[in-house]
Design a binder for this molecule. Structure first.
Ligand SMILES: Nc1ncnc2c1ncn2[C@@H]1O[C@H](COP(=O)(O)OP(=O)(O)OP(=O)(O)O)[C@@H](O)[C@H]1O
Ligand SMILES: [Mg+2]
Length: 288
């Protein structure tokens, strides 16, 4: 399958405000910059579901923001559909770490937003938006405002809004972190159903190893900041995935492998994947 997203030697250095107060860079010098990503190499296939896991502050959101075109890389390259990312565009939908609905717009009008930007005629965009609101199971709520919805419902609307303008790629930053366990389980199944139906390429950031395994084709494990890809684990669990799979021995094996990678340990007898990963650089040594 074709490669949809490719990062090659991607690095991102933030300038730190008030740098005169000092910060230690990786050479131990006080500096006014912070290297959030360093030499990230990652290729994501068309229609693939890839999760990114890694410790807080390792640069996961930064990576998504670069892909979304919201911030500019410092060096290296980042390609979507073979083209260098150069600012935001409607071929990508981003679902942020915090709910980012427009509070002054109803559910229906929130979902229509991207279609308005694309200048889709009023009647057509109303119909498309209704379809996606139905798809996420919130048909009855289209006239409500975000404050009238629960956290899980807002997240479903954020997903509908991103899907409505039909991007090729969905970038999801911890979208289910703030919802309860039971709702999260239902959202996982719903997201997989939508993904299978729409065949989007998804990059999904999460702190939950189980969530990453359950959803993904592959899980990219990152090092602590400056973040880089330590290893990519191929999840060979059959699809469609039913929730019972979470208690299987195979699932536990993946959980153990990813946990060990996050702890910077590898157990060779348990290694599930090496040959199929598209990892260009060797896993790096670092302590989490
Ligand atoms: N605008 C900014 N200016 C300066 N430094 C920043 C900025 N945004 C993020 N950082 C720093 O870059 C690093 C990576 O941040 P990022 O938000 O990408 O991490 P993350 O992996 O998404 O973390 P989390 O899991 O907590 O969401 C952190 O050290 C953070 O402090
Ligand atoms: Mg983040």
């Amino acid at each position: 399958m074709a490669i949809e997203i490719e990062a090659r030697g991607l690095s991102l250095v933030y300038s730190i405000r008030g740098a005169k107060n000092g910060r230690n860079d990786k050479n131990g010098k006080v500096s006014g910059t912070l290297t959030a990503l360093e030499n990230v190499n990652l290729a994501v296939r068309e229609g693939e579901f890839l999760s990114l896991v890694g410790p807080s502050g390792c640069g996961k959101s930064t990576f998504l923001y670069i892909l979304a075109g919201l911030i500019k890389k410092t060096s290296g390259s980042i390609l979507i559909g073979g083209k260098e990312v150069n600012g935001p565009a409607l071929d990508r939908g981003i679902i942020m770490q915090a709910y980012a609905l427009f509070p002054w717009r109803t559910v229906q009008k929130n979902v229509e937003f991207g279609l308005e930007v694309k200048k889709v005629p009023r009647a057509e965009r109303a119909g498309i938006a209704r379809g996606y609101i139905e798809l996420v199971g919130l048909g009855e709520f289209s006239d409500r405002y975000p404050f009238e919805l629960s956290g899980g419902m807002k997240q479903r609307i954020a997903i509908a809004r991103a899907l409505a303008y039909n991007p090729d790629v969905l970038l999801m930053d911890e979208p289910f972190a703030a919802v309860d366990e039971q709702t999260r389980g239902a959202l996982h199944e719903e997201l997989l159903r939508i993904w299978e139906e729409t065949q989007k390429t998804i990059i999904f950031v999460t702190h939950s190893i189980d969530e990453a395994i359950f959803l993904s084709d592959r899980v990219a494990v990152m090092t602590p900041g400056p973040g880089t890809v330590r290893k990519i684990v191929d999840i060979k669990l059959a699809r469609p995935r039913a929730s019972e799979i979470r208690t299987s021995a195979e699932f536990a094996k993946y959980r153990r492998e990813i946990w060990q990678l996050l702890q910077n340990r590898t157990d060779r007898t348990e290694a599930v994947v090496t040959e199929t990963c598209i990892l260009e650089s060797e896993p790096q040594e670092a302590v989490i």
